[in-house]
Design a protein around this ligand. Structure first.
Ligand code: AMP
Length: 383
């Protein structure tokens, strides 16, 4: 067996996707003396703004993908919905980490759930749905409430419908317009958690402290680290993430979203084979941030310490904060241990992730109060 290639500082990283996750990877790469090239269908993207080269082309543009791959040493992702064919084209010219088959599993809910089930990981009961008769049978089997989710291209609660006893299944199914779907049993969770795990080319792994996530309108609103759970639950959550990373034979970073039930049971909600919104706390509050960790993993370098420096809280900054005009940055930054991150997006739309705030404190409660205060100060104009 030949040793896996290692890419040292000075090498060129390619990233598929132009969003904030690619931007923060780019910043980590530059800090460590790497070049970063970004590839996405848009121009002047958050990633492209910090890249050495921003390529603007469609993911299915074979010639553009091949040219891009020839100009880099290793390709990684900040977005998993890249066509598998594009990844195969790239893999003929450069190293691709994580491998295309990992993306293929994670970009499709049904494949992901089937994979996780076969690997012995705990997850909510689910059934595939391709037509109304299958939906009716699945609801009869799994009961209500339940959630119908599109099999492909779902994120932040998009493409999901909750199904109740009185729901009109024909109407729900028609709103899916023939898209393949998965029906999932409703999980009466106590908390939502996530674990970030990095796995190196040698199969070694590191996990970050467990994140506790609070959503608003299906979008991540707040992450608290460390999660307010027992040590036993935290160890179980981290063990699940490591098991998933090994099962995928991942090289890179994986975020595992989890549900914690009142009886201590932990179930996997979904996977993302890349840095994750809930891991943004690590930019300020961990020894190695998730983007540096992704870089180390995909370059074949030793993984960094995931030690948490202080209890912290991360609050997302959505476009809604711009509704009454430019947010009051100075007011928020008047809190000296609050950190502001903005992604360079020109247009603030409601629900769009524009940036985030991180606060650290002597206790988790203090950090949470501080980040909430900072969030409120942004929009308290003239008060
Ligand atoms: P997803 O896009 O699958 O991560 O779902 C978005 C959010 O919807 C999750 O973070 C949960 O808050 C909620 N959700 C998704 N699936 C379920 C479920 N089976 N039971 C209860 N809540 C769910």
């Amino acid at each position: 067996m030949t040793a896996a290639p290692v890419f040292l500082p000075g090498s060129t990283i390619g990233v598929m996707g132009g969003g904030q996750l690619g931007r923060m990877l780019g910043l980590a790469a530059r800090r460590m003396g790497y070049q970063l090239h970004s590839f996405s269908p848009e121009r002047d993207t958050p990633a492209g703004q910090v890249a050495d080269l921003e390529v603007c082309a469609q993911y299915f543009d074979e010639e553009a993908v091949r040219t891009f791959a020839k100009g880099i040493d290793v390709l990684t992702f900040e977005f998993e919905n890249v066509p598998v064919e594009s990844i195969e084209w790239a893999a003929q010219h450069c190293v691709v980490r994580p491998a295309g088959r990992v993306l293929e599993v994670c970009q499709h809910r049904l494949r992901e759930k089937t994979f996780l089930k076969a690997a012995g990981l705990p997850l909510p009961a689910f059934m595939p749905v391709e037509n109304l008769a299958q939906l009716e049978a699945a609801v009869a089997q799994l009961g209500t409430p339940a959630v119908l989710k599109t099999a492909a291209f779902g994120y932040d609660g998009k493409g999901q419908r909750k199904i109740l006893k009185e729901s009109d299944l024909a109407e729900v199914w028609s709103s899916f317009a023939g898209q393949k779907a998965v029906l999932e049993a409703w999980v009466p969770f106590e908390r939502e958690l996530s674990v970030l795990v990095a796995r190196g080319t040698d199969g070694s792994t590191v996990t970050y402290p467990v994140c506790e996530n609070v959503h608003a309108n299906h979008i991540l609103d707040l992450t608290l680290v460390p999660a307010r759970i027992t040590e036993t639950a935290a160890e179980a959550a981290r063990a699940i993430a490591v098991k998933a990373a090994h099962a995928l034979e991942l090289t890179g970073l994986l975020a595992v979203e989890l549900f914690l039930l009142p009886d201590g049971t932990i179930l996997v909600n979904e996977l993302a084979p890349r840095p994750h919104n809930s891991g943004h706390f690590s930019l300020d509050a961990a020894m190695t941030n998730q983007f540096e960790q992704q870089l180390r993993a995909v370059c074949g370098l030793p993984l960094g310490s995931t030690e948490l420096l202080r209890p912290c809280a991360m609050a997302n900054l959505l476009g809604d904060a711009w509704e009454g005009g430019e947010p009051d940055w100075a007011a928020a930054l008047g809190l000296p241990s609050v950190k502001l991150h903005l992604y360079g997006k020109k247009e603030a739309r409601p629900g769009r992730k524009m940036g985030h705030l991180v606060a650290m404190g002597a206790t988790l409660e203090a950090a949470e109060a501080l980040v909430r205060d900072a969030q409120a100060r942004l929009t308290r104009r003239g008060a």
